[in-house]
Design a protein around this ligand. Sequence first.
Ligand code: SF4
Length: 113
Amino acid sequence: MSDTPFGTPPARCQTRAGGRLNWLEDAACRGLDTELFFPAGPKGPGRRQADEAKAVCRMCPVRRQCASWALVTAQQYGIWGGMDEEERVVAHRRGRLSTRENGPARMKGTDAQ
Ligand code: SF4
């Protein structure tokens, strides 16, 4: 078994600057087959594979960090933080909307002070 998450960790476990993502050391997927987190497709065996990967993510202590990292770095493929590609697109859009929605509220609060 590898001592790094996802077996051999090429780009998946490193920042673009080559630095380590230390939170991955606590990842529930540590040592699991990387293939599990890159399902073949959204249907059939791929769907079952994605569900299995998401089940691992649900019990992962660093799920939030993983999901945030995947959104910030715009990961296009695979299961990250319990989200597949489509779920990350939706989460990204919701993040943009909540930022817009929170903008005026923060301004009101600032005005009241
Ligand atoms: S949330 Fe899922 S993909 Fe991310 S580190 Fe945890 S188990 Fe791995």
